[in-house]
Design a protein around this ligand. Sequence first.
Ligand SMILES: Nc1ncnc2c1ncn2[C@@H]1O[C@H](COP(=O)(O)OP(=O)(O)OP(=O)(O)O)[C@@H](O)[C@H]1O
Ligand SMILES: [Mg+2]
Length: 240
Amino acid sequence: MAFLEVRDLTVAYGAIQGVRGVTFAVEQGQIVSLIGSNGAGKTTTLRTLSGLLRPVSGEVWLDGTPLHRLPAHEILAHGVAHSPEGRRLFARMTVEENLRLGAYTRRDEAGVVADLDRIYDLFPVLGQRRRAKAGLFSGGEQQMLAIGRALMSRPRLLMLDEPSMGLSPIMTQKIFDTVRDLRAEGTTVLLVEQNALAALALSDRAYVIDLGRTTLSGTGAELLADPRVQAAYLGEGVTS
Ligand SMILES: Nc1ncnc2c1ncn2[C@@H]1O[C@H](COP(=O)(O)OP(=O)(O)OP(=O)(O)O)[C@@H](O)[C@H]1O
Ligand SMILES: [Mg+2]
């Protein structure tokens, strides 16, 4: 069994089916991406994995433990952290207060302080302005803070929903470089991205979600070379 296994997940919002058959696996230490168009079901999948939504059917297993019946705080305690679409920071709280929220289940204050320092090493701009209010930061800085907050739970699986949304190319590169660094440190990353080109270039493995179903999978390089992926998600120019 893989480190993370998601089997035939279906999720509904009342009468609307958000996800109707998502299956994928993530090996430990990998970066795995889910790509797909608007409304494909990527966010719904991540929200279900973190326990914010309950699946109608299907299973989620992390390291041999079934997560699909657990409440969100227990899933967090099992090591799954989620940096949500749109970041969801507390604008009137400081950088450090936002980061500490990511560690709210932890009792080891010394470890929390060590992890704050680690986040400030990873993102020096956060360390320099740790007492500034989060709402004053640029989009890219807020994204760093959202990732940092997720890392404060010391996750075994870090899920990032659209980390490059609204960011400049340079800031996007910085975020993706950080994701690479996190993998090098042993963090397993599940990445959702509309920027398919950048995500696939970085991914050990990727899955395409189309209309709520996983339809294609392969290594990042395989999907980059796949004409169906090029036509639907990479736009013109990549093939020429
Ligand atoms: N709160 C909600 N209530 C009802 N339907 C929803 C809700 N959230 C999402 N949906 C529907 O579920 C489907 C999947 O949406 P989801 O947000 O998971 O897509 P996505 O792949 O993350 O899209 P995007 O790339 O635009 O973020 C869509 O048809 C969407 O309209
Ligand atoms: Mg989404």
